[in-house]
Design a protein around this ligand. Structure first.
Ligand code: MLT
Length: 311
């Protein structure tokens, strides 16, 4: 009897593949290439993706045998869960696999932005010893506004506390008592914008959060503010941020995510005070191993008709 087929559409850790190999036929495709993806899903039982593959109604129409789509990561914004449910396809993810990694990357961008690390590095590699040009700012005593106190936002806040920063947060879904327990003061969005020296975004991409930081909001911030987004592209409106940087209404930005990815060219890239990385928020060996094994185990359970617990 032939084995059920698992289609891996993006890089999955070897540990994850090892979980699958004995029981399933594992096939590979580049999920970002729709012309390759659509025929490839036709006869598979499971599909494993990360953030580059759009698992939407079109995919489910082509995937006649699909029983489970697994996202090796936290967010589900590239999976149309409603369309999957209509098509009878189970959706699983690895909700805690990369939360520490994502929080650490936000801190890396925040520090890099505060201290001009990539700019100094690039200049020195060109043989330029420019000390005063890359004078930065301290974190101690500064106010950091955490947008979204979910799992990753909390980890970021806890780490930023070690820098002796005052931590404020906007999250309409969290209780003030829980925030106080974390040493975080809950504020309104406008208060956060007005008071923060740094803003770090830790929100999922939803209808409510898309464009949440737009032109109006970027007119409320202090000109010293540095904005970090290692969550999802589009939560900070890119055109509005470009305008704010151009007009000196924002002192810098650290961006790991973009409204369209892959993104290799953007007006934001021209600003010297913008530090960019190519959606590396979840990219550590540890997080990828956890994400890979968690989703592989969930796929195995789902294809055996067993209950799939929350990871
Ligand atoms: C996530 O949602 O966990 C990440 O964006 C996954 C990824 O890096 O593909």
């Amino acid at each position: 009897m032939s084995k059920p087929v698992v289609l891996v559409a993006e890089e999955l850790s070897p540990a994850g593949i090892a979980v699958l190999e004995n029981d399933f036929e594992v096939r590979y495709v580049d999920g970002a290439d729709r012309d390759a993806l659509l025929p490839a899903v036709a006869d598979v039982d499971a599909l494993i993706i990360r953030s580059a593959t759009k698992a939407n109604a079109e995919v489910f129409e082509h995937a006649k045998k699909l029983r489970v789509v697994a996202r090796a990561g936290v967010g589900l914004d590239n999976v149309d869960v409603e369309a999957a449910t209509k098509a009878g396809v189970m959706v699983v993810n690895a909700p805690t696999s990369n939360i520490v990694t994502a929080a650490e990357h936000a801190i890396a961008l925040l520090l890099a932005t505060a201290r001009n690390v990539p700019q100094g590095h690039a200049a020195l590699k060109q043989g330029e010893w420019k000390r005063s040009k890359y004078t930065g700012v301290e974190l101690q005593g500064k106010t950091v506004g955490v947008l979204g106190l979910g799992r990753i936002g909390v980890l970021a806040a806890q780490r930023l506390a070690a820098f002796d920063m005052e931590i404020i947060a906007y999250d309409p879904y969290i209780q003030a008592a829980r925030a106080a327990q974390l040493g975080v003061r809950l504020v309104t969005l406008d208060e956060l914008l007005q008071q923060s020296d740094f803003i770090t975004v830790h929100l999922p991409k939803t209808k409510e959060t898309l464009g949440l930081i737009g032109d109006r909001e970027l007119h409320l911030v202090k000109p010293e503010v540095r904005i970090i987004n290692a969550a999802r592209g589009g939560i900070v409106d890119e055109a509005a941020l470009d305008a704010a940087l151009t007009e000196g209404r924002v002192a810098g930005a650290g961006l790991d995510v973009f409204s369209t990815e892959p993104c290799t060219d953007s007006p934001l890239f021209k600003h010297d005070n913008v530090v960019i990385t190519p959606h590396l928020g979840a990219s550590t060996h540890e997080a990828q191993e956890k994400a890979g094994t968690q989703v592989a185990k969930s796929v195995k359970l789902a294809l055996s008709g067993e209950f799939v617990p929350d990871a």
